[in-house]
Design a protein around this ligand. Structure first.
Ligand SMILES: [Zn+2]
Length: 470
């Protein structure tokens, strides 16, 4: 009898627990379905201290057109009023700058951290007013405000650049990442969710529409870590023929050693040593990279970046069209569930199409011919050669590798924070590459353990009572 009661109680508890666990998933998905689209608020703005002749272009910041922008001739303070209560804000700039967002409760948020040009803020509570301070010489493209709800997919919520990159992709210009590296970004970032860091050698701050094209395309193909675009090497026409004397070979080498240390990539994907179509900046980018790989492990060379970031051993570097240890990655037949079954090549071609300003130059992502975007060669490896025919950029790659030379602490740190740093630098990476167990399975397992324990205790106490009664 008591056994039956126990069994019934046990089953009831399981049912109750399952009812607790499963509705989370169900209600989340039904909430998604029910989640109405966020409304884009119309915005009115007011300002002080801007001379009349400078206010004409202000209208462009609310026109939603990325080709028009307001260039601040001085430090500017703007106050916005939204037509409906808003829960999120989205700002677009033509080039990076540091700026400030102030909310009605006095909260101040820093904008332009990590050089973000497209920046999203989710607000704790709804507001109908907000203020911004943008510095002199900043170029503000657009301000968007949304009510609570599902955001349009073009709103970009960037993560900071990678702490450690599984894959480092090194285009010279915006659009090279699709034309020469094919489906690498859609596949590794978009489909597999690897930590993928894109670092552009040059910037397009002289042709700012390209910055929007660059970010919109990366977002579309599934990159989530913000790309590195520095102000060191401006893209100009001269660099097509002679990048070495324009940029300085030593400057490029130092930059590359720094990014190898900063992003500590496991695998690198970079340009053809012959510059695909002979572009001198592509050639420089590839040839200094090979030099950088020879020296980046020596902390005495460019010691500042070694002290700051420490040094991990890089496992592989592929160059486009490199003639030795070759692979052909079949982007055209690698179909991606995250993109409705499109091939990674097709997604890359769509990514390239965001670069409308470059259409005139006829750059395309082709899986045939002399510039085939599927063809790479292993130009550097510390994990041995690839297996012939496997065509896997990550073959032999160890995801549990640890740091060779740790960074030097910038100031004396307590024992506690040292522990924090080391656990941060190893644990999340290792965890990420383990097979993933759905959260609900973990919750259910914990509940079952608890239920079993409760049942055992319950049974134990009944037994005790039996003994006492007996
Ligand atoms: Zn290029």
């Amino acid at each position: 009898m008591k056994k039956k009661i126990l069994k019934a109680a046990f089953l009831l508890m399981i049912a109750a627990c399952a009812a607790c666990a499963f509705p989370m998933a169900v209600s989340a998905s039904s909430a998604d379905n029910a989640n109405p689209e966020a409304e884009r608020a119309s915005l009115r703005y007011s300002y002080e201290n801007i001379p009349n002749e400078e206010t004409g272009r202000l209208k462009f910041i609310t026109d939603g057109d990325k080709e028009t922008f307001y260039k601040a001739a001085r430090d500017i303070h703007l106050k916005f009023t939204a037509s409906v209560p808003v829960k999120s804000l989205y700002f677009m700039f033509e080039k990076p700058c540091k700026w400030k967002l102030t909310l009605p409760d006095g909260t101040v948020k820093q904008g332009g951290e990590n050089e973000f040009m497209h920046e999203y803020f989710s607000l704790e509570s709804e507001v109908t007013e907000f203020e911004i301070d943008i510095p002199q010489d900043s170029w503000l493209t657009d301000v968007f405000a949304f009510s609570d709800g599902a955001l349009p997919d073009w709103v970009q919520i960037w993560q900071p650049p990678c702490e450690r990159a599984d894959l480092l992709v090194l285009p010279t210009h915006a659009d090279d990442e699709y034309a020469w590296f094919g489906g690498a970004l859609p596949y590794y970032a978009g489909e597999l969710g690897y930590n993928v860091q894109v670092v552009y050698l040059t910037n397009h701050f002289n042709n700012t529409i390209r910055n929007h094209e660059l970010l919109n395309a990366l977002w579309y193909v599934g990159v989530r870590n913000y790309p590195l675009i520095t102000d060191r090497f401006l893209d100009t026409m001269d660099t097509r023929e002679d990048a070495e004397s324009v940029f300085g070979r030593e400057n490029v080498l130092e930059f590359q050693v720094e990014i190898l240390r900063r992003f500590a990539p496991r695998v690198i994907l970079a340009h053809d040593i012959n510059g695909e179509y002979g572009h001198a900046a592509h050639i420089l980018n590839a040839s200094t990279l090979l030099d950088a790989l020879e020296i980046y492990e020596n902390p005495e060379i460019y010691p500042e970046s070694a002290k700051k970031y420490g040094i991990y051993k890089i496992q592989k570097c592929y160059l486009h069209l490199w003639p030795k240890n070759t692979i052909v990655v079949p982007w055209g037949t690698m179909f991606l569930s995250k993109f409705g079954g499109k091939s990674s090549l097709k997604v890359a071609i769509k990514g390239l199409a965001f670069h409308k300003s470059q259409e005139q130059y006829g750059i395309v992502a082709r899986d045939w011919g002399k510039k085939d975007c599927r063809k790479f060669g292993l130009a550097y490896t510390t994990v041995g050669p690839d297996t012939n025919g496997l065509n896997d950029l990550f073959e032999h790659v160890d995801f549990n590798d640890s740091i060779e030379i740790p960074p030097e602490p910038s100031e004396p740190v307590s024992v506690v924070s040292q522990t924090d740093v080391s656990s941060q630098s190893i644990t999340p990476e290792n965890v990420k590459k383990q097979p993933r167990i759905p959260v609900w399975v973990i919750i259910l397992a914990v509940i079952l353990v608890l239920v079993n324990a409760t049942a055992l205790i319950f049974a134990g106490s009944l037994k005790k009572q039996d003994v006492k009664q007996g």
